[in-house]
Design a protein around this ligand. Sequence first.
Ligand SMILES: *[C@@H]1O[C@H](CO)[C@@H](O)[C@H](O)[C@H]1NC(C)=O
Ligand SMILES: *[C@@H]1O[C@H](CO)[C@@H](O)[C@H](O)[C@H]1NC(C)=O
Length: 326
Amino acid sequence: MKFWSFLRALVPIALLATEASAYADPGACSGQCWSHDPSVVKRTSDGVYFRFETGSLIGIWKASALTGPWVYQGAAIPKGSIINLTGKDDLWAPDVQKVGDNYILYYTVSSFGSQNSAIGYATSTTMEYGSWTDHGATGVASDSSKTYNAIDANLISDTSGNYYLNFGSFWGDIYQVKMNSAGTASSGTPYQIAFNSTGSQALEGSYMYYRSGYYYLMFSSGICCGYNTALPAQGEEYKVFVCRSTSVSGPFVDKAGKSCTTQNGGTLLLSSHGNIYGGGGQGMYADSSHGTVFYYHYADKTVGLADANYKFGWNVVTWTSGWPSI
Ligand SMILES: *[C@@H]1O[C@H](CO)[C@@H](O)[C@H](O)[C@H]1NC(C)=O
Ligand SMILES: *[C@@H]1O[C@H](CO)[C@@H](O)[C@H](O)[C@H]1NC(C)=O
């Protein structure tokens, strides 16, 4: 009897423990690990890692391993964007992808809360500091006449080699537009691919990853920033959802089959846990040493909640029945 009541007393504790460890903690990061909307690329020629971050003129960090030590190299667009728009000296949301022999860096020119935005691009064959050439506009832009905000770009190639740019934040949330064969200019009209009609929680920072017949659309949902000045109500801070489709343009659904465009669908991939708070600004890629890597920025409650304290996080993805988890 005593044994059974002991066991019964133990059960709630065991359940709590399971809940608390639903997510793996972020992988190790040494050196300079400050992060905001990271973009990570492993250079194909020698396996060296490059990490690009939001703010200023898009900083470049470099490391011999994903775990670091990360060392700052300098700004990718040192003179600011040639796109003549407010925000051209404070560029956001880099997305770096390899297209042919070039690496293309997509960046955002905008200002906080404004729909006067544009997505620009720069190219390099090595990603090194000093090697980037800014080419300015991709043609993906917005003002108050649009149903979207042209920020937070992410390029994806479908299995036939056609390029698409995912983007968007607030307003109509996540959009997609077909690109030219070089991936450098839009060649069509943008259409919505994910939308949350409830509350004021916006979707942004989309990222798409292809694996085994499915296009996985991830997005950050909630309040991104300024946690040290105004802490969001519990659960309204940044978190990451995932949806999938067999087509690059959707329709995207979550694990329960709910539409991510018309039914507020989305399966949680990352939310606050333990001391890890407000994770988002994510990306995913296939790493030749680690497998599928999911990466993001987050606030560490033991360090501080200010944007200046955000850290780079990453985890190896587990795939179960065609859905990612960490
Ligand atoms: C940039 O835009 C501003 C404001 O619209 C304008 O006054 C200025 O002449 C423009 N500069 C260039 C180089 O086009
Ligand atoms: C949609 O917004 C609601 C209310 O803000 C939020 O609770 C929910 O998590 C959001 N869902 C997604 C998939 O973004």
